[in-house]
Design a protein around this ligand. Structure first.
Ligand SMILES: Cc1cc2nc3c(=O)[nH]c(=O)nc-3n(C[C@H](O)[C@H](O)[C@H](O)COP(=O)(O)O)c2cc1C
Length: 207
């Protein structure tokens, strides 16, 4: 029988598994090619319908258990979160055979120190989408980028990109539950970390 390939993830220690998850998340923020750079983000619409879309993971804070993503304050998810301030993130790395599900309370911020620093760190090209005069999701009579015509084919200058600041928002998710599933030759592993006032408590689950 062929020998089991070495696991890329700690299989038998919850503390090590949790540390590995946060290390992967921190790397995913920096590495655009990481599969965890673009999680699916799920919210609940006013009629109870689940809504999911891909977003870029911008920052994680292990101490606060906080995830930051960027969006347009006019987007549908912003109204959804105002009504139901809960969200879930879904990450999957096919190479590592590792799924992570995150659930928690989510809020949108459009002003304040964290929004200002997130905007300041955004490149003009990333800021360009916020310069669109019409809200994302607005019906269009034909195919359209929605961008101002003078920015359709180029990156805005730093000064031009400031036109998007009023539409820029951050989505902050404070995680209450992290659940991983690792597919392994020697047997899958599933575990959950639940957060209370004293910190995270981990438990194994049957996969
Ligand atoms: C690779 C990729 C990355 C994306 N990143 C973001 C993002 O960081 N923020 C965002 O608001 N939308 C992002 N989008 C667009 C969303 O998936 C979605 O279409 C848009 O936000 C509208 O969603 P809503 O109407 O549910 O608010 C991204 C889409 C793709 C395919």
């Amino acid at each position: 029988m062929a020998a089991a390939p070495p696991s890329l993830f700690p299989l038998d220690d919850l503390a090590e598994a949790q540390a590995a998850l946060w290390a992967r998340l921190a790397r995913a923020v920096r590495d655009r090619r990481s599969p965890w750079h673009t999680p699916a983000v799920a919210t609940v619409a006013a009629d109870g319908v689940p809504k999911a879309r891909v977003m870029v993971l911008r920052a994680v804070d292990q101490v606060r258990g906080c995830f930051r993503l960027h969006t347009d304050r006019r987007a549908g998810k912003v109204a959804e979160l105002a009504a139901t301030p809960r969200a879930a993130l879904l990450f999957y790395d096919a190479g590592a055979r590792l799924q992570l599900r995150v659930e928690g309370r989510a809020r949108i911020e459009t002003e304040g120190a964290e929004v200002d620093s997130a905007w300041a760190a955004s490149r003009p090209f990333s800021r360009r989408c916020y310069t669109a005069p019409q809200a994302p999701g607005t019906e269009s009579p034909g195919p359209a980028s929605g961008l101002p015509p003078h920015l359709e084919t180029r990156e805005p200058t730093l000064a031009e990109s400031e036109a998007g600041r009023g539409n820029f928002a951050i989505l902050l998710l404070e995680a209450e539950r992290l659940e991983f599933l690792h597919l392994a030759f020697t047997g899958h592993r599933r575990g959950v970390f639940l957060r209370d006032e004293t910190g995270w408590e981990g438990r194994w689950l049957i996969p």
